[in-house]
Design a protein. Structure first.
Length: 333
């Protein structure tokens, strides 16, 4: 009898300890975790549950790798855990850690390069971006003008500016090839490089999306007639070589002057016929598409209208009147 009572007591003790263990595990699972401050942790691609548990433990995100593995398997989330960089807040609980990784709540690092930036300006943006690895930025060379596709690019901690540049190069190649295949017929553009040059001019001439194809049509009309393009942004590029002033007063840090239009550079389209020898910035997809699918019309001239857009005209007399209006508006600003 005494042996039986001892056996029963042992069973109760075992059950009690098991219950206590479960309660303790639930406490660790849902209670405040050990992380003392916000931390970024990268879960490598191909990591299994054990590797993830070890990574989180080494970073002090969780207090028990064993409990993490048990909880993941009991919740049947082992196949849902996703690689990537995660931001874990101070004291995050284990259940929240698992939910975050299983839902792919990855921390997104990104850098945005606006349309119309030169390659020099693009490199300066990447050098100044805090999230990218700095060890090789001083050695960055300036990529060929027009070779980089503007846009927003995602990256992970430890990625380099050079890696972003390679993504931009690949993106531009794809965008240009795609647009070239869908180009309109009978364009005075002999190859993709000429299309890229024209797209870069369009990008610098208008910031209004609805105007891009119309502006493209003006330049196509002038090319077909053998007229000088006479576009100010090309003159500016010839003066700056893309190393624009950064003082908020425009690329020259002053207005373009009449004497600048007489400066003999290969990019001066007031003096040289046809397209300049290369792009003058990195155009976006929309400007590339506009260059290769221009609006067909009879306009040969355009000038700013004071509203952020442009006034288009078919004759020089009409254009001169529009120019006079613009000068009056500008003198009053």
């Amino acid at each position: 009898m005494r042996g039986f009572l001892g056996f029963i007591s042992l069973l109760f003790l075992t059950a009690f300890l098991a219950a206590a263990g479960v309660l303790f595990g639930l406490h660790l699972y849902s209670d405040t975790g050990p992380l003392s401050q916000e931390k970024f942790v990268i879960i490598a691609p191909g990591s299994g549950v054990s590797t993830i548990a070890a990574t989180l433990d080494s970073e002090n995100v969780i207090s028990s790798p064993l409990l993490f593995k048990i909880a993941v398997r009991l919740s049947e989330k082992q196949s849902k855990l996703q690689a990537g960089e995660y931001k874990f807040e101070r004291g995050i609980s284990m259940d929240r850690v698992i939910d975050k990784i299983a839902s792919g709540d990855i921390f997104v690092r990104q850098v945005t390069i606006p349309e119309g930036k030169t390659s020099y300006e693009t490199v300066q943006i990447l050098k100044a971006h805090d999230g990218l690895k700095k060890s090789e930025t001083k050695e960055l060379s300036i990529p060929d003008e027009g070779s980089l596709l503007p846009g927003t690019y995602r990256y992970q901690s430890g990625d380099t500016a050079r890696a972003i540049i390679e993504k931009m190069r690949s993106g531009m190649e794809t965008a240009l090839n795609t647009a070239w295949e869908k180009r309109a017929g009978n364009l005075p553009l002999n190859n993709k490089q000429e299309a890229l040059i024209l797209a870069s001019i369009i990008e610098k001439e208008t910031g209004a999306p609805e105007e891009r194809r119309r502006v493209a049509g003006v330049f196509i009309n002038r090319l077909e007639k053998g007229m000088l393009l006479q576009t100010d942004p090309t003159v500016i590029y010839g003066l700056t070589e893309g190393r624009h002033a950064q003082d908020g007063e425009g690329p020259l840090n002053r207005r373009l002057l009449t004497r600048d239009l007489r400066k003999d550079t290969p990019y001066n389209t007031y003096m040289n016929e046809g397209l300049p020898p290369g792009p003058i910035c990195n155009p976006g997809k929309e400007s590339i598409e506009a260059a290769l699918n221009p609006e067909r019309h009879d306009y040969f001239y355009f000038v700013a209208d004071g509203t952020g857009g442009h006034a288009f005209s078919k004759t020089l007399d009409e254009h001169n009147r529009n120019v006079a209006k613009w000068r009056k508006i500008r003198s009053g600003q």
